[in-house]
Design a protein around this ligand. Sequence first.
Ligand code: URA
Length: 290
Amino acid sequence: MADSTDTRELTPPGFAMGDAAGALAMLEWLASLGAADPVLETPQCWLADGPSAQGDAPSSVPEAQQAAIAASVKRTAPSKEPATDSGSLAEAQRAAAAAQSLAELREAMARFDGTNLKAGARNLVFADGNSQAPLMLVGEAPGRDEDLAGLPFVGASGQLLDRILAAAGLDRTKVYITNVLPWRPPDNREPSLTEAALFLPFLKRHIALVRPRIVLALGATSMRHLFDTTEGITRMRGKWQELLIEDNAIPAMATFHPAALLRNALNKRFVWRDMLEVSARLGMLDQKDH
Ligand code: URA
């Protein structure tokens, strides 16, 4: 970054510069926006003649990427919240454990008032696809389109997800899709740790009720919370993990989020590799069953 850059203008709202935690939070925030990711096939100086801070993209960037860049520039940092309130967490655990069916779980999530997210969202986004399918995908949180439709992955990243699935011979009748959060975070921001922690018991119960043969985490947020890791997605993706859900060990993997692929098309090859791995394992499970 050029010396002349005024870092105050780059400080995300809510983060104070000058303290280590603030600086670390800002770095994480910038990385989550894709600051470390190449956007185009060839390097470009974004400060000289690239997009403005408002997210204008140069005309050489394809439209889908422009939309993704604009969305990521608008993305705000997670809100600074107090640590998870133990009463709310206990309530989430109790409500999730009591749900005996997907319908009951959906009802319990709609009733749960442990976060403020519900107040700012239009619709609960519970799931889409086939709950009998062997493959369960877990994304991050609904965006604007998903909030309006009440369904996960229906916007730009959802369309890319459908193309990824189609390339692997899959579609929404052959997979089941949900998110870490069922409510849209305001301003398209990343889920806070507290929000994710409060909805984790519901997500785990969701997985337990669906009983998928394989879980695929889409993106770093889903991966971090499902696998309880602080590892980066670039290092973790494509590696088989064991997800222990109510004493059941489920093979699981993380791959890049489709929205990240809209920002960085070069990573599509890794997602393709990961999908081949997942398809091969699904095929093996299929053979075992017959
Ligand atoms: N991104 C997600 O992680 N989930 C959605 O449902 C939509 C976009």
